[in-house]
Ligand binder design. Structure first.
Ligand code: FUB
Length: 311
């Protein structure tokens, strides 16, 4: 698809298709927003998601729609569920980590590689993470100051691997590490581990603190809220930080993506707010927020207006 431009001063940002699972990435003077894509027509009344999309902006209001940048058609071993991705740059290459359903069953994490943020992405040819279970979804990637790259993922358990310098393999000696799913780390909740951690982790570092933001299940709640945990080390121990966005007014899922861009801090999330919206027809939104002096974050409200960056 040829790219096209549009202006959006209100949430949801993208109004002509349903998008979910936002994953922002700053590269140069642009913010790139990777999303999943909820198809209009559902198959088996379930998430019907075939490709990944990319949008970019210099000011949060004027966007370029780069269209489909990677799809199930590009992954020979996958057949459905083009779920929540994240992209990162290393040594001039771009790596897009994507959960997919394998033709022979179960979920696994694919990697697309490209020379530009907006692709096109080429599949590695095999899964990067494939444990043969259903936990291998929602990858989040981060390169620490010492060059070590981490790929966290998982529902209902939070797990990680240490990526090698090539970003398309991981340290097999260390293997796949399981984070202890404790109430100290993720609060009491109603998901399978007994904690609130659900899925959609978003891992990053700000100043000297590591943050794990995620979709969470509160006790007695139907929909996901967003919560966060913090640590002074990249592999924990994690300490529960609090609720980031409540479930009120949302759809069953929510999914965080956090980034600093031109001096502003943003939380990307999704809702069912577009006309025709539903749990399977979601839309990506953004809210600006500020950190407290000690690194904690107060509850962030869903918002309608998007301010243009003019400074
Ligand atoms: O969009 C499909 C799945 O729903 C994602 O992988 C989860 O994070 C949830 O948003």
């Amino acid at each position: 698809m040829m790219s096209k431009t549009f202006e959006s001063r209100t949430n949801p940002i993208i109004k002509d298709i349903y998008t979910a699972d936002p994953a922002p990435m700053v590269y140069g003077d642009r913010l790139y927003l990777f999303t999943t894509h909820d198809e209009d027509e559902l198959v088996n009344d379930f998430y019907t998601m075939n490709d990944w999309r990319c949008f970019s902006t210099e000011d949060m209001v004027h966007w370029t729609d780069h269209g489909c940048i990677f799809s199930l058609d590009d992954i020979e071993w996958a057949d459905s569920r083009a779920w929540a991705p994240q992209c990162i740059e290393r040594n001039g290459k771009f790596y897009l980590y994507c959960p997919v359903h394998k033709k022979n069953g179960g979920m696994a994490i694919a990697v697309g590689v490209a020379d530009k943020p907006e692709g096109p992405y080429t599949d590695l040819g095999h899964p990067l993470v494939d444990e043969g279970d259903w936990n291998d979804i929602d990858p989040t990637v981060f390169i620490d100051d010492d060059g070590q790259a981490y790929l966290y993922f998982g529902n209902p358990e939070l797990r990680y691997v240490l990526l090698n310098e090539d970003m398309v393999s991981y340290n097999e000696e260390v293997g796949i590490c399981k984070i202890p799913m404790t109430e100290e780390a993720f609060a009491k909740g109603s998901h399978d581990t007994g904690t609130s951690y659900g899925e959609g982790p978003w891992f990053y570092k700000k100043d000297s603190l590591y943050y794990m933001v995620y979709a969470a299940f509160g006790v007695g709640k139907q929909n996901e809220h967003l919560a966060y945990s913090i640590s002074t080390a990249p592999t924990g121990p994690w300490k529960y930080g609090g609720v980031l966005m409540t479930e009120e007014g949302g759809v069953f899922t929510n999914h965080p993506g956090i980034v600093d861009f031109k001096g502003h801090s943003y939380l990307f999330y999704h809702t069912g707010e577009l006309p025709g919206g539903s749990l399977f027809h979601r839309s990506v939104c953004v809210a600006e927020f500020a950190y407290n002096a000690d690194g904690t974050i107060d509850v962030i409200g869903k918002c309608s207006e998007i301010a243009e960056i003019t400074d």
